[in-house]
Design a binder for this molecule. Sequence first.
Ligand code: TYM
Length: 397
Amino acid sequence: MVVMSKPVILTGLRANNDLHIGNYFGALLPLIDMAKTRADEFEINLFVPDLHSFTTPIEHSQLQAQIMHNLKLFVAAGLPLDNPNIRIYRQSYIPAHSELTWILDCFTGFGQMRRMTQFKEKTKTKERLDQAVVEAELYHKAMQTMGQASNYEELSAKQLELSQHMNAAIDLIGQIEDRQGTASVGLFNYPVLMAADILLYDAEYVPVGDDQTQHLEFARDIAERMNNKFGELFVVPKPVKQQHEFFGKDQGLRIKDLSDPSRKMSKSDETGKGIIFLGDTPEAASKKIMSATTDSVGVVHYDIEKQPGVANLLQIMALAEGGELSSVVDRFEGQTSYGDLKTAVAASLRELLSSFQAKLEQVNEAALLAKLQVDEAAMNEKANQTLLKVQKAVGLR
Ligand code: TYM
């Protein structure tokens, strides 16, 4: 019988690719810091959400190897294997995740899922909607000036302009429907699976990057809704702001893509050019930093809006050094050579990656597999207890 009375800290990292520094600094490290320093006060769960791996297409023949590799990355990042308060597991080895998801699905509004930012981003809905609005505005403008046409040619030119804008807007809306129509139902409702991942284990603290904030809020929302309807079923995760305070930050982290700092660094990006993977050689990582996109301002300032590339480099440097952002900013503020900044960032990352990769070589795979076996059995027991409570509440038992 597993008794979990300590507050639970939990996070998961998909294994559909190698992990990158955004995953590492945004989610893995905050959890591992807790595992190294406060494991006595908490239960700490770190898992591979393998069922989440193919919400977007992947190479399935590589998934098994990637899962094992990513588990080893957890150990190389400092996860202790010898503490029973720290659990590691693979989501699909605990069937309760899938079953709770189905139940929660039936209490989740279609509209709420459709509004999820990640669904809109991955189906490129927002860009197309913005373009359609521009076309509609141009249509409106052409309409207003139609009355100024003084002859037949001008009038028919206006008419052509009108129909072009109208058709473009209709085409864009059609594209949104096509993209959303061909996206998998899994991509659409994966926030529900993520909520099940969290609620099965009574997790209160969930370190995630900024891109997952909305999903965390959804987990709180569905937990509260189910509790209101059926009585106390779930522990509601702490509000996001409180989570950030707990992990010693004031907001979720969002490391940007190096070649396009308007986008987050994302492992679903096929080119890999603007991403630093934990498996990159220190030299390859250096090259990526040296060719990072900056701006034409020519002076180092920490300004996320106006100088997102430079701000991203300063942020990466602070994280790689393990120091305060403000002290890195003070060191470089006002300098006029981006080259010097990049050289310093590249050096700190080279150091981080070489020590990380040396630890990866040392990971004891047999110990890892043995721990997985023990933890997955224990986690099945815990997850089934929560599931049974829910099954009883909804009338299945
Ligand atoms: P995933 O696998 O895409 O990313 C893993 C973690 O890395 C964070 N992250 C970032 N942080 C900062 N900057 C970035 N550029 C960046 N890119 C990614 C993510 O926010 C995440 O914390 N749905 C989740 C996995 C998941 C999960 C869960 C997490 C499934 N179930 C339950 C917590 C609890 C995902 O796709 O993350």
